[in-house]
Write a protein that binds this ligand. Sequence first.
Ligand code: HEC
Length: 118
Amino acid sequence: MQKWIMSGLFFAACAFAVVLMFTLPGKAEVAEENKPTMPEVQLDAAGAEATVKANCITCHGDQLQGGVGPSLQQEGGKHDAGEIFTIVTKGRGQMPSFKDKLAPEEIANVAMWLAEKK
Ligand code: HEC
């Protein structure tokens, strides 16, 4: 009889451990780091242009024709808004991260604006 109780408890503990493994916040946070989720915003072209003028043209050129960074004039043909959001949020190579400089909504707006350039 006691054996049954012990193995029952053992299995319950195992099940609990498995559930914990999948629900602990650590994993979700790592996934968030790798692929930040883009907030949903309404495209505000004038706002996007202002954000880009203030933050991006030093490297990407005042007409987005490229400079230190590549041309973004046809960025939408290369990356969709979600991908641009990830690149701008996290940075890549010589491209700095804007995670601490711009709000996610601002980055999302810029990403959507750039994604329309094809
Ligand atoms: C300090 C210079 C610098 C600034 C400022 C900068 N970028 Fe970049 N950006 C780069 C460089 C360099 C690359 C190329 C990165 C690589 O080779 O992986 C790049 C790449 C990119 C790409 C990917 C291009 C592609 O097709 O692969 C996007 C999109 C982008 N930048 C958007 C922006 C936006 C939007 C801003 C302003 C919020 C910005 N960048 C500000 C230097 C900069």
